[in-house]
Structures are given as C-alpha cells and as structure tokens.
Design a protein around this ligand. Structure first.
Ligand code: MN
Length: 244
C-alpha cells in the first residue's frame, strides 16, 4: 500500500444538480478576452488570432455556500462572471471541433475573481498574471448542470448582480471563441482530462467588489447561484474541506 509522507490534500470538488455525487476538479483553465466589449474596456485589441489562456489552481474553486474571503495584497478585487464548462472525459490527443462536445459533462457559472491592481502592474512590466488570477478562493462556482439538460446555450444570457444592481450581462453567442473552438485550442497545448473546468471569459462591466458585497450570478434557464465577499482572508486559518 502506498504510504504518504503526510496526507495528500483532499480533491477540490463541485456539487452537481440532481446528483449526490461530486465533480472532482483536475485543472482550471481560463480564457481571456473572449467578449469584444470586455477586451475593449481592458484596453486590449479585439482579434480572432489565438485565444488567451491562463490557469488557476484546482483548489481555488469555492463551491456554492462557502465563504469567499476578500484576498490579501489587493485594493481592487474585480468580478468577472463566466460560463464554466466541465469535462467528464479525457481527450485522446487533439480534439476536433466536431468531437469537442463529447468531452463535456456539464455547465456552470463562475466568477474569475481578479486582483486587478496586480494584473495591471504585471501587464505594465510584462510579467505573468499568476498573483492576479490564481490566488486562493479565486474561483467561486455554482453547482454543475449536466449537458444533456441544457439546450440552446448560445441564446442564453449570462449575468451578474452585485447588491441587487446588474453589473454584467451578455448572450453566450457573443463569445469570440465558442466552447468547441476553445476545447480544440486547449487540446493542442494541454492533455485535457475529466475533471477539467474551463472558465470561458467575461463580458463587459467588470468592476470592484468590497468586503460585505453580496452577488447573484446566473445563466438564464440553466443555473443561478449567490454568495458574499467576506472580510479579509487569513492564510493561517484552518482550511475548510469543501464537502465536509
Ligand atoms: Mn476572466
């Protein structure tokens, strides 16, 4: 029997609508600049060249109902509401656009929380975005809805409210790169596996959240979730086990 030097970290997990089982997270891939209006508001060029990818650690996910602490080392925490695609099968090498759908287990809605001040500094110095994007609790997410219960995704509205005020909304058909194209492009760079989550990029309207702010996010007719930004985090507090 395998012996570990210390107990391995428990798998990060996301609950599933209508299923008592949990979705164990393997990796979190994120797409940047996938809505033209948002790319423009960030001062970036809008192009269909190659999609921009970055990652968050798997244990950045915060399942619905769990505390989301305001992160350390920022004064400008931004919300980015996004469609999240959850993979239920491993890819066999490069995935064709025609076959990409076969990998998908389901969909959710999530927040790509961003330390915008650190991201601006990184962009200015041409440094990586990791501290701006890949921090603890940076990926709050809804329950997942199995793909066979979701139809006409492109016609649906993605939205976010903060303290009752609408901050972001767009039709999913407004994404520059669609889900199949993104899975194809990612599969050229990485071995896609069951358990991968893909945050598909955010519409215009990103803005700051303060400790105490409550949010509601959803995709019309698919899923909705809500949460609150808590007071500043304390890295030394005991870690919550997401499903305990
Ligand atoms: Mn994003």
């Amino acid at each position: 029997m395998t012996q570990f030097l210390f107990p391995p970290s428990p798998a990060a997990c996301v609950p599933i609508v209508g299923d008592a089982r949990l979705f164990p997270v393997h990796r979190i891939y994120c797409v940047g600049r996938n809505f033209a209006e948002h790319a423009r508001e960030m001062g970036a060029e809008v192009s269909r060249g190659s999609p921009v990818f970055f990652m968050k650690p798997a244990d950045a996910v915060v399942p619905p109902g769990r505390a989301i602490p305001y992160p350390t080392q920022t004064r400008d925490l931004h919300h980015e509401v996004e469609l999240v695609v959850a993979l239920g099968r491993d890819a066999d090498g490069i995935v064709s656009i025609e076959q990409a759908g076969e990998l998908i287990f389901g969909y959710g809605v999530g927040l790509d929380l961003t330390r915008r001040d650190l991201q601006a500094q990184a962009k200015e110095k041409r440094l990586p975005w990791d501290t701006a994007k890949g921090f603890d609790h940076s990926a709050p997410i809804s329950e997942l809805v199995p793909a066979d219960e979701v139809s006409r995704l492109g016609e649906r509205r993605l939205w976010l409210e903060v303290d009752g005020a609408l901050r972001q909304q767009a039709l999913l058909s407004d994404m520059i790169f669609g889900v199949a194209e993104i899975l194809h492009e990612l599969s050229r760079l990485y071995a896609l596996k069951a358990g991968d989550l893909i945050f598909m990029g955010t519409p215009a309207g990103v803005a700051a959240m303060q400790p105490g702010d409550a949010f509601r996010a959803g995709i019309d007719g698919v899923i909705e979730f809500s949460g609150r930004i808590n007071q500043a985090s304390n890295h030394h507090q005991e870690r919550e086990i997401p499903w305990a």
